[in-house]
Write a protein of this length. Sequence first.
Length: 335
Amino acid sequence: MKNMFRRRAALAASLLAALLPLSPAQAQAPHKIRYEEVVRSVLYVPMYVGIQKGMFKDAGIEMSMKTSQGTDKGMAALLSGSADIVLIGPEASIYVANSESPVKPIVFAGLTATDGFLLMGRKPEPNFDWKQLKGSKIMSFRPGSNPDIFLEAALRKKGLDPKKDVKLVSNIGPAARTGAWLAGQNDYATFLEPEASSLEKQGKAFPLGSVGKEAGMVDYTVFTTTDAYLKKNRAAVQAWTQAVAKAQQYTAAAPAGELADLVGSYFTGMDKAELVSAIERYQQLQLWKKTPMVEKQAMDQLQDMLVQGGVLEVGKKVDYARFVDMGLVQSLAQK
């Protein structure tokens, strides 16, 4: 683990030296990229910072952006050719690698260091213990999805069997979850920001714990393209990776208030104080990666979690090099 942290620190230092302003020549040949994010969330603040600060434009990228409303939908857009780059969970690439699809997804950069979901209850519980969840219904996500897998991992680390000790309700779509909660369904639920802060402000839900903090630092959302697109458009994906790295460095150094000013237009339902609070919460949890590097160790841990969750057979673990290409990140560090 110490070696992994040393590698990350060294990479961050070399990336910082590499992230100099692009030359005019680089900016003259725009790369048109169709991008889809999995959901709209404060969890993806570094991406919005990069857009608002012109980092993608400076890298010569003309971007169109859509919100998929689910990793499965984001992966479907990628495989069907309606999106060039998607921000989704890496578990989807593992599933497709094991499928008969002739098109294979490739993870080329990471954005978030772990799960950003907060476990929330219907009343404040200052002395909350995860063992209090035993026998309860928890609104989760689609089986096999990262939100579900990470929650199960957190429950196991707290001594609970997610298959026997609790009832994970996973049949409610992302867009319907808040409405279902407000309608009184389930005892507990997991929510990202900004939904978590919005519900807390209304007095309808109260944060009790962090799923990511309990599950551990395992890459949660990653930038993914297809093997064919990467082969044909490597320069475009390289430019994207450089913009992401620059945005991560900026986000890591900026105070919450400054970040809220930059990304406020993406969260029109939140006032600035609420957005600042949500950003500070994620800063404290260290959810945002400081470099785009996705480590083999993290992907091995994720596959172990998938096996424990019963959605991946031990014999079908996918070799890191089959679904992850860190060549673009490494080339930034070498400049």
